[in-house]
Design a binder for this molecule. Structure first.
Ligand code: GKR
Ligand code: MG
Length: 438
């Protein structure tokens, strides 16, 4: 089998005005749907970050993808690794780069591009062998993958612009009470059994109060909070001490502060107060080399993997295994995404036994109007995505929907996610991302 065609479909997906320490989500998130064709007449799909940067990187890979045998993934990975190696000397700032938005970090640019090709190849291989993708990469550890309810503080609005403005399903949520309403609504719709709150938006005491009311409303649910490094070490310790009971029992404190050293300090101070707080990260740990270092410093106990920027599904399996070897847990990070990406995440987690926490997903924030998967939105059953008994990822594309996504994309004036600019435009003209903010 050889790859004979590579098609890249940029799409725009309506997104509500969600807040984080990065700023504010724009009315549309950008994604790219990748399609490969093979000599056997098989089409493989994947979904990755959107906008000019990811598109140009994929376009630049066209020559090495065309003619390639989709089974020969190791060679492709090595060629991207060589590119990354050549560039690394020129990338200034090392780890400081990781505080950029996921999908914008130059350090994992090649891993992201490779991942988009790898997943499409694995989808094609699954179709060629008539096997689900997770079984092609060694077999599944689970048939159903649990996801968590990913709560966001948000302004009023459902995303989209003008005539394309969407219904505001969850309403404005800028205080603890409305957040409980959001959680109840999302749990009722999807059956999630774990909850993650995106923090770093309101004063930390308001966010502490939010977790406390969520605990009252969901007494048995593991709870997590992730302010994306918005807090100093002292504030992180304050939050950890205030929420020592609420975040125990399967929950965790995710990226409260910047750098592995900062995370290690928070963990050590909390331990000195008798609090064994599990710390998770998708910001301080973004490369394989970070994982042993995070263990050595005792900075991170749970690594959030992500096939989109950790170099695809097989690298995610290696990562989950490395975490197990080092005595760490595994979870999964998410950005805005459609069903192709959700299925890739589900297959990856199914085939990686070390992913032992419910995965994140932004999926509830997107709507059926934007879904490009044939047959519409992926369904959840009791908070899980069940691995379908279908080859590859188990989904086909709806090309009319894809074309609509492309039309929305063509009309947009921006080609890059910029939450800071959006925040200045819609909420506060003087807003800047400051770390730590509190
Ligand atoms: O969508 O604003 C967001 C999130 O903050 C996202 O960009 C993060 O990458 O979900 C992510 C996280 O866990 O850090
Ligand atoms: Mg995070």
């Amino acid at each position: 089998m050889r790859i004979t065609g590579l098609r890249l479909h940029p799409v725009a997906v309506a997104d509500p005005p969600l807040r984080s320490s990065y700023g504010l989500h724009a009315p549309y998130a950008l994604r790219t749907i990748v399609e490969i064709k093979t000599t056997d007449g098989i089409t493989g799909f994947s979904e990755t970050y959107g906008g000019d940067g990811p598109l140009a990187a994929l376009e630049a890979a066209r020559d090495r993808v065309l003619g390639m045998d989709p089974f020969r993934l190791t060679g492709l990975w090595q060629s991207f690794q060589r590119d990354a190696g050549r560039e690394s000397a020129g990338v200034a700032g090392g780890h400081t780069q990781t505080y950029l938005l996921p999908g914008e970090n130059p350090l994992d640019r090649h891993a992201r591009t490779y991942a988009a090709i790898e997943i499409a190849c694995l989808d094609a291989i699954g179709k060629a062998l008539a096997k689900p993708l997770c079984d092609v990469v060694g077999g599944r550890a689970r048939d159903a993958v649990p996801f968590s309810a990913y709560l966001f503080y948000k302004h009023a609005g459902g995303g989209g612009l003008g005539e394309d403005e969407r219904e505001d399903e969850y309403g404005e949520c800028l205080d603890p009470v409305s957040m409980v309403r959001q959680a109840r609504q999302m749990v009722a719709a999807y059956g999630f059994r774990e909850i993650k709150l995106k923090g770093g938006v309101l004063h930390p005491d308001e966010e502490i109060a939010t977790i406390k009311v969520l605990r009252e409303a969901f007494p048995s649910y593991p709870l997590r909070i992730d302010p994306n490094c918005a807090w100093s070490v002292a504030t992180s310790v304050h939050v950890g001490r205030s929420l020592k009971d609420e975040l125990s029992g399967g929950g965790y404190l995710e990226d409260p502060t910047a750098t592995l050293e900062g995370m290690a300090e928070v963990r050590a101070i909390l331990a000195a107060h008798g609090i064994e707080m599990p710390m998770a990260s998708n910001v301080a740990v973004t490369r394989f080399a970070d994982v042993p270092e995070a263990g050595r410093l005792n900075a991170v106990q749970i690594v959030l993997s992500d096939p989109h920027y950790w170099g695809g599904i097989r690298n995610l399996q290696y990562l989950a295994h490395l975490c197990e070897v080092l005595g760490m847990g595994g979870s999964m990070h998410s950005n805005n995404h459609l069903g192709v990406s959700l299925m890739a995440m589900a297959h990856a987690a199914a085939a990686a036994p070390g992913i032992n926490y419910a995965c994140d997903t932004h999926y509830p924030w997107q709507s059926a109007q934007d879904e490009v998967v044939d047959g519409g939105r992926i369904r959840f059953s009791d908070g899980c995505v069940v691995i379908p008994d279908k080859p590859g990822l188990g989904v086909e594309l709806d090309y009319d929907q894809l074309a609509r996504g492309g039309e929305r994309y063509a009309k947009l004036p921006y080609r890059k996610r910029d939450d800071e600019a959006e925040m200045r435009k819609r909420v506060d003209p003087n807003w800047r991302r400051v770390l730590p903010r509190w």
